[in-house]
Design a protein around this ligand. Structure first.
Ligand code: PLP
Length: 284
């Protein structure tokens, strides 16, 4: 079924949407993006995604393509026009089109593209069985704090995980896990403490990660922000990942080593419930 998408000021059927072949998003991945999930036709954690978009654009010196109010309105229009009850809104901003050159000029007009994806995210089969991950070297660039569309290594790592019979990869640098291919990595120690890597240029500051840290504090669950090794993760009581599209997803196996009983643990399961409840409550 054809969706209505948004491209540079216009709402169009997806077949009619066009972007220049000279757009630097296409030629050089000179672009940033955000994905906000939708439940009950409302946007989750929207303020966080809005703030991170502004930060990513600022780091790359790409101007904001529209006001925050206009961008929120486009999200809402697309959710309504496409009748999305559950799913996601994808938003991408590129530096815009110019004759191909590594250097850019400051007068470029950014491109703004948004589209929706309707899909079940709460009732996820993977959340029932848990995700299996393999560890792989983190060969991405060193500005992973900027949410760019340079996702080739993440895609390759995901394909390598699938070829190995797993679902996803956890990326490792200097012996410590940075994050998953498209999510933040967490472990639960035998004492019930949540551990996730501290923020830096080495990983993306996940919006779901930030929300879950708040919810954990409210539930009196301790969180340690520090890096951890693959060995520590394999010996943990539980593990999980967080992202806008997976919420809290239990991880049950790392490099073929089962965690606990090899099924989603009680802490990850409870945190998933809390995340869904709180997100629904605060959705806009
Ligand atoms: N880390 C990476 C590399 C990601 O691509 C993502 C999401 O796409 C995340 C972490 C999680 O971020 P968020 O919770 O904002 O979706």
């Amino acid at each position: 079924m054809s969706r209505i998408v948004y491209v540079n000021g216009e709402y169009l059927p997806e077949e009619e949407a066009k972007i220049s072949i000279f757009d630097r998003g296409f030629l050089m991945a000179d672009a940033v993006y955000e994905v906000a999930s939708v439940l009950d036709g409302k946007l989750l954690d929207y303020a966080g995604h809005e703030a991170r978009l502004a930060r990513s654009l600022g780091e790359l010196e790409i101007p904001m393509p529209a006001s925050p109010e206009e961008i929120l309105e486009i999200h809402r229009q697309l959710v309504t026009r496409n009748g999305v009850e559950e799913g996601a809104v994808y938003m991408q901003v590129t530096r815009g089109a110019a004759d191909r050159d590594f250097a850019w000029t400051a007068d470029m007009t950014p491109s703004l593209v948004l589209f929706t994806q309707a899909k079940a995210i709460v009732a996820s089969p993977m959340a029932q069985r848990g995700s299996k991950v393999i560890s792989l070297d983190d060969l991405r660039w060193h500005r992973r704090d900027i949410k760019t569309t340079q996702l080739l290594y993440a895609s390759m790592a995901k394909m390598q995980a699938k070829a190995a019979g797993a679902d996803d990869a956890w990326l490792v640098e200097d012996g410590k896990i940075t994050e998953g291919t498209s999510n933040n990595a967490w472990i639960v120690t035998k004492d019930g403490v949540l551990v996730t890597r501290q923020l830096s240029n080495d990983l993306l500051a996940g919006i779901t990660r930030a929300s879950l840290m708040r919810y954990a504090a409210e539930a009196q669950i301790s969180v340690e922000e520090r890096a951890f090794t693959v060995e520590e993760a394999k010996g943990a009581a539980e593990a999980f990942v967080t992202s806008a599209s997976a919420f809290v997803m239990p991880v049950v196996e790392i490099d073929g080593v089962k965690l606990g009983a090899g099924s989603p643990g009680p802490v990850a399961t409870r945190l998933r419930e809390i995340y869904v409840e709180e997100s629904r409550r605060t959705a806009i």
